[in-house]
Ligand binder design. Structure first.
Ligand code: PLP
Length: 406
């Protein structure tokens, strides 16, 4: 029996939704691989990937298979019971990383919330109530809950919501001296994105992450890597910490972890995990069988030499063509980032115009992203085909050419 759906349009958004988003003027209705179709049947190449989420594109057969198989078995039991997909996924994550324990939740913000609570709890248990300070980076982004906007280094997201969470300091990213000056014996955690995603796709320097690791060890503080955007193969390694060879104490993953199905994880060592004793933290949906079944299928495909090597090869193709386009139209000063998390920094002539480029690209049939007003971001599927890369970049170039003529 099919369900009758009422006709809805983009204009309905403004009538029925809270106005905290400003979605594009068209409504996507279907996707396959790296192509998306809107209500009118128009086809677009997707280089946005749902903001670095659709790691295997749209409607990947293995993910559809895992989801539908699980949908016919068991949807939800809560954490009063455990379930097979959650245990299988946790085993795979533990086998593949430094971590020995996983906590599942539903979004990047929630994974970070768990990470920050764990860090404070560990310090409280081991060293007493005075060691609670968290040091994070200016312009960092860690999510939208009250704790995570306060740890995030952008006051535009934390102002106006009442008293701030205290004990959080922000220091300039990639500035080891600034970090050194801020860390003390009161520090319980240093929180960093290995590549700052939302604020412009800025990779950390190796020496910075190594220095942060050393400072944490010297001051008995925990190093937390927020890999919500960099994780699950996007860097060309399963996690970006592997690319740098700097091992955190706590790692958070979301976005690509479920390939489009909401799931997140906070991962850590056994010694730290034991501080979250029964009842100290939790969430009803965390480790939901549907989400974990999909994420298991994601890791099975992503964590293979073939997929990871593909990321490096596809990045090379993007890099070459984006640099060519950048030079031809005096558009980009730099094409930076790791793997298939790519940030193109606009030249002075184009500064502040990332949104115009986003709009022009969409009109030509390619979905891209911004990372602030001065950076055009690409976060495509890790299995995007060479044909789709070339077609999407042809459309992108046409959009840029039209903008220059405008
Ligand atoms: N951390 C980082 C590095 C992110 O890029 C994001 C989202 O963009 C988040 C946390 C928040 O994740 P979510 O929107 O799933 O809560």
């Amino acid at each position: 029996m099919s369900v009758e759906h009422a006709q809805v349009q983009r204009t309905d958004f403004d009538q029925v939704m809270v106005p905290n988003y400003a979605p594009a003027g068209f409504i996507p209705v279907r996707g396959a691989g790296s192509r998306v179709w809107d209500q009118s049947g128009r086809e677009l190449v997707d280089f946005a990937g749902g903001i670095a989420v659709n790691v295997l594109g749209h409607a990947h057969p293995a993910l559809v298979g895992a989801l539908t198989e699980q949908a016919n078995k068991l949807w939800h039991v809560s954490n009063v019971f455990t379930n097979e997909p959650a245990l299988r996924l946790a085993k795979k994550l533990v086998d593949a990383t430094f971590a020995e324990r996983a906590f599942f939740c539903n979004s990047g913000a929630e994974a970070n919330e768990a990470a920050f609570k764990l860090a404070r709890r560990v310090s409280h248990d081991l060293y007493g109530p005075e060691k609670y300070e968290i040091i994070a980076a200016v312009n960092s982004f860690h999510g939208r809950t009250l704790f995570t906007v306060n740890v995030g280094g952008q006051s535009k997201y934390s102002d106006g919501f009442g008293p701030k969470i205290t004990g959080i300091t922000h220091v300039a990213y990639n500035d080891l001296d600034a970090l050194k000056a801020a860390v003390s014996d009161k520090t319980c955690a240093v929180v960093l994105e290995p590549v700052q995603g939302e604020s412009g796709v800025i990779p950390a320097d190796l020496a910075y992450l190594q220095g942060a690791r050393q400072l944490c060890d010297e001051h008995k503080a925990l190093l937390v890597f927020d890999e919500v955007q960099t994780g699950m193969g996007r860097s060309g390694q399963l996690f970006a910490y592997m690319h740098y060879g700097v091992i955190p104490d706590i790692l958070t993953s979301a976005k690509s972890l479920g390939g489009g199905f909401p799931i997140a994880a906070m991962m850590t060592t056994e010694a730290l995990a034991k501080h979250l004793t029964v009842g100290t933290h939790g969430t009803t949906y965390g480790g939901n069988p549907l989400a974990c079944a999909v994420a298991e299928a994601v890791i099975d495909i992503v964590n293979t030499p073939q997929t990871l090597a593909g990321v490096v090869a596809k990045r090379a193709l993007f890099q070459t063509r984006l640099e060519q386009i950048g030079q031809k139209y005096d558009l980009f000063t730099q094409v930076r980032g790791l793997g298939l998390l790519i940030g193109c920094v606009l030249t002075d002539a184009w500064k502040g115009k990332a949104k115009d480029i986003f709009n022009a690209a969409e009109k030509e049939g390619v979905m891209v992203l911004q990372a602030g007003p001065d950076v055009v971001r690409f976060a495509p599927s890790l299995v995007v085909t060479e044909e789709d890369i070339n077609e999407g970049l042809d459309r992108f170039e046409r959009a840029v050419a039209k903008l220059t003529q405008a």
